[in-house]
Write a protein that binds this ligand. Structure first.
Ligand code: EPU
Length: 307
């Protein structure tokens, strides 16, 4: 923390780098880059139901999930294999297979860049939404998240097998380890490993559209995957991957920039595509989806240097 204080006094215009897994670099960053590499996982409290675990921002997300599975602490097992670090997990409220990280976060600790003041955000303060939080909106670029305190179960786990493909893989064993194993198998089959081929997971958010528009769409396309939106009965979330796929773009490739062959929501770099080339492909996809479905896709990945 002392090193952080020194840094904040001298330089306020920082670029904060977490795991680097959810960003597309279009131009070089001409700021001081701060990469959080702090480590540590500490049990800070335990009651009858929950264990409270503080995890430093620089811990790798998947390694933390595996630590939880090994200790039989439940809540994050559906989020196995998500790339990135613990410190950035609350920013976009990472989620997969029926679970979002917000479901397990008790509070988040941060330092304000301008003043160096230490701050604590309760779960409610974080204003979590679908792939969003206060750290991505009001406080974007103003804070360094230093640690996250998770509230996990150590007994009577809430096993979430709501995602069909997970349920189909589970035998009688519904342990958190069985869920994590199923998630890892499904992800490895569908999603490219960023260590082998450059990608940032889902490039776009699944769009949320008014129910009236959805009713019209479903008359033409009865198989459109759709999901209810919590607390908003007048809105429906639909699968962006399906929309892109329907435009005939799954496996589409321009030079080294491409749409993944198994999951159209993921853009991949086959080797030497520049950030600008990936971005151009993303814009092309947005136009095609707009043309065919009158729906605007919003990027989920952070585009760096495009202004
Ligand atoms: N689909 C297609 N064609 C495709 C891709 C998908 O028809 O090319 C259909 C699938 O058959 C399925 C539906 O679209 O019926 C949804 O696909 P999938 O289950 O793969 O999930 P997704 O909505 O595309 C979201 C998250 C993923 C997360 C999965 C599983 C977003 C933006 N993405 O993807 O998160 O792993 O659900 O829960 O919400 C990420 O954020 O980087 C990410 C990978």
């Amino acid at each position: 923390m002392e090193q952080l204080d020194v840094l904040l006094q001298g330089e306020k215009d920082l670029f904060l780098l977490g795991g680097g897994s959810n960003m597309l670099l279009v131009k070089p960053i001409k700021k001081l880059v701060v990469h959080m590499a702090t480590k540590g996982i500490t049990v800070i409290n335990k009651d009858e139901k929950f264990v409270y675990v503080e995890v430093q921002a620089g811990e790798n997300w998947h390694e933390f999930v595996m630590w939880c599975v090994d200790h039989n602490y439940g809540g994050v097992e559906n989020l196995a294999l998500i790339p990135g670090n613990v410190g950035t997990s609350p920013i976009q409220n990472i989620g997969a297979y029926g679970v979002e990280v917000k479901d397990t976060i008790d509070h988040v600790k941060a330092v304000a860049i301008a003043s160096g003041e230490e701050m604590v955000f309760t779960n409610e303060d974080c204003k979590f939404g679908y792939r969003s939080s206060i750290f991505k909106s009001e406080y974007a670029g103003k804070l360094i998240l230093t640690s996250v305190v998770f509230r996990l179960t150590h007994t009577h786990h809430n096993i979430n097998d709501s995602y069909g493909a997970i349920r189909a893989m589970l035998t009688k064993d519904k342990s958190i380890k069985a869920i994590a194993d199923a998630v890892m198998t499904i992800r490895s089959g569908k999603l490219p490993d960023p260590k082998k081929i450059g990608n940032s997971g889902s490039f776009f958010k699944n769009p949320v559209i008014p129910k009236d528009d959805f009713e019209k769409l479903v008359k033409k396309h009865s198989s459109i995957p759709n999901y209810p939106v919590n607390g908003k009965p007048e809105w429906v979330k639909i699968a962006a991957g399906w929309l892109i796929d329907q435009c005939g773009l799954k496996g589409y490739r321009v030079g080294d920039a491409g749409v993944h062959k198994n999951q159209a929501l993921v853009l991949v770099n086959y080797g030497n595509a520049t950030g600008a080339e990936i971005l151009a492909l993303a814009h092309y996809i947005q136009n095609e989806v707009k043309k065919n479905f009158f729906i605007s896709l919003e990027m989920e990945v952070n585009i760096i240097g495009d202004n």
